[in-house]
Design a binder for this molecule. Structure first.
Ligand code: GLC
Length: 571
């Protein structure tokens, strides 16, 4: 929002979004849990970084079975996080600084403590019975006995996707934790209740939503068994998904002034589907978070079945999405969030000698792609995985359920812990380290989850004024998107697609060319053959260099994890 010029419909193409996971961002009242007061107190950090949008993970009323992704009241703030007045204050403070607020919103399911579910479960005749997925035990089985679940689907968070409600003898569906019953979007009353709540938030001044697992809301209503107990084929991108999203767009967004953003989280979404979801002519979503690149290190048995992954896998995957959405649709660009391990540990190299350079290289590559980049809190500091060695360091329901389940099935505890060490969501959920003081400036109390062991050295205070820091590198990349239209609007051409070390590409807009070269490996002296570009880069302008105080030429060999951006005009 520059000045009072009305924003273009697609303003978000030139924007960068910063995700705040409030529980771990900053605690203002000493209870060890981050809160809205903490967010309000640290808006300078976001402004300094230069981001345009704050995506706020859920702060609604919730029993916190899944840290707020289990909402019990959509129209209030949980006292753990603060008050509705503080949320209003946040909206105003962000707008004053020219930033926007996007609320995380979970409407595939509610908490089992939501009044809708309480009413729905109260009796088979409840007027809200049909707001959720209730089914009788499987024919020939008594309620509660193993195998009596209406389908053989497993929940995302281990165990069956159905839980018996003793009082009425029926099971309810939950694709996630038992405390997260799925709403039945087939029922038009459910849809209208959700739309009206969304309108209420927009009327309050929020600038859009990040719609949690939104491509799960349409299910195959016959709810068939699956040969492998996998619910995905019947719940991902289901039969009425496009109809529901178009209806949501009409009922919630259409007719409002431009400036709103609706981004969908869409696991298991192929690029062809993403093109439909994000084709502006269809009126569904502005962009989606696809999962292909964060599933590359998962084997056939799912996320805990670790698979080796190479840089080439990553490059091919992201490259496929660049071409898949080149003409129609738009990409969300991300390497990490509150559900993923830290990107430096996963796609870079978190050894002390490579950590900063690899954090910068990943950022350079990501931010120069075509799409809207998302920065997950702490990534701008180059935070790494924690290196968990004990189960009692973990807090996440997904991790804890998985451990219990896998060990019960006979898996070796040490092997289960090793997978958690690499992939647990808690890697991304340690408190944001603000400074090198005792609790890293995060809290005056005891943090709900231990600080990262590196907090005394890897923290905001150590980086914000250092021009060579990861933070300053992010800042330059974000400024570049704002200043050079080719970053937001140019075409994308991948170079050296089969090179196992070099990630390089060219962006082009109206005769301006940007060259991005990165050495995503530990090897020194990596040479990039620029002849393939057909452009003479000898006199090109160096826009971003990851190695402090160097002015390399485009063709100079790259140090380990070095990255650069050049501009050539008038070609
Ligand atoms: C999304 C959220 C994740 C949550 C899940 C269930 O994937 O990002 O944190 O656990 O949905 O709501």
């Amino acid at each position: 929002m520059t000045g009072d010029r009305a924003p273009a419909r697609d303003w978000w193409k030139a924007a960068v979004v910063y995700q705040v996971y409030p529980r771990s961002f900053a605690d203002s009242d000493g209870d060890g849990v981050g809160d809205l007061g903490g967010v309000l107190a640290h808006l300078d950090h976001l402004e300094r970084l230069g981001v345009d949008v704050l995506w706020l993970s859920p702060v609604y009323r919730s029993p916190m079975a899944d840290n707020g992704y289990d909402i019990s009241d959509y129209q209030d703030i949980d006292p753990l996080f603060g008050t509705l007045e503080q949320l209003d204050e946040l909206i105003a403070a962000l707008h004053e600084r020219g930033m926007r607020l996007v609320m995380d919103l979970v409407v595939n399911h509610t908490s089992d403590a939501h009044a809708w579910f309480a009413e729905s479960r109260s009796s088979r005749d409840s007027p809200k019975r049909d707001w959720y997925w209730w089914r009788a035990p499987r024919a020939g089985h008594a309620a509660g006995e193993p195998g009596a679940e209406p389908t053989n689907w497993r929940s995302q968070f281990s165990g069956p996707a159905w839980t018996l409600d003793e009082a009425t003898g029926d099971y309810y569906l939950h694709l996630f934790a038992a405390a997260q019953p799925d709403l039945n979007w087939e029922n038009p009353e459910v849809r209208e209740a959700v739309y009206s709540m969304m309108r209420w938030w927009l009327d309050r001044g929020v600038d859009g939503f990040r719609m949690d697992v939104i491509n799960l809301i349409s299910k195959v209503v016959s709810l068939p068994d699956d040969p492998d107990g996998d619910a995905s084929p019947y719940v991902l991108n289901g039969p009425r998904i496009h109809e529901f999203l178009q209806e949501m767009h009409r009922e919630v967004f259409a007719g409002r002034p431009p400036g709103l953003l609706n981004v969908g989280e869409t696991p298991g979404c192929p690029v062809e589907q993403a093109r439909l979801y994000t084709d502006p002519a269809r009126g569904e979503l502005d962009m989606v978070f696809q999962f292909e690149h964060v599933d590359l290190d998962s084997g056939p048995a799912g996320k805990w079945d670790l698979q080796p992954m190479t840089m080439l896998d990553l490059k091919r995957s992201l490259g496929r999405w660049q071409s898949g959405l080149a003409a129609v649709g738009w990409n969300s660009l991300y390497l990490g969030n509150h559900d993923q391990p830290r990107c430096v540990s996963r796609f870079g190299n978190d050894a002390p000698e490579h950590r900063d350079q690899s954090a910068k290289a990943l950022a350079t590559v990501l931010h120069l792609h075509r799409g809207t980049p998302y920065v997950y809190q702490g990534d701008e500091l180059g935070m790494t995985n924690v290196g968990f060695t004990r189960l009692d360091q973990l807090r996440d329901v997904e991790s804890l359920n998985h451990y219990a389940d896998a060990v019960e099935q006979g898996d070796e505890p040490a092997a289960v812990l090793a997978a958690l060490r690499y992939k647990s969501r808690d890697n991304a959920r340690t408190p944001l380290p603000w400074d090198s003081s005792a609790q890293a400036g995060f809290t005056t109390g005891t943090p709900w989850i231990d600080l990262h062991p590196d907090a005394t050295t890897v923290n905001a205070a150590a980086q914000v004024d250092d021009p060579d820091s990861v933070f300053s590198h992010y800042r330059r990349l974000i400024a570049l998107r704002h200043d050079e239209p080719t970053v937001a609007h140019g075409t994308f051409e991948m170079l050296l697609a089969d090179d196992e070390q070099v990630y390089a590409f060219v962006r082009e807009l109206d005769g301006t060319l940007l060259l991005v070269v990165a050495n995503l490996s530990d090897s020194a002296g990596v040479v990039v053959d620029l002849a393939v570009t057909g452009t003479d880069w000898a006199g090109a302008e160096l826009l971003v260099s990851s190695v402090p105080r160097t002015t390399p030429a485009a063709a100079d060999p790259l140090a380990p994890w070095e990255s650069r951006v050049f501009r050539a005009t008038g070609q």
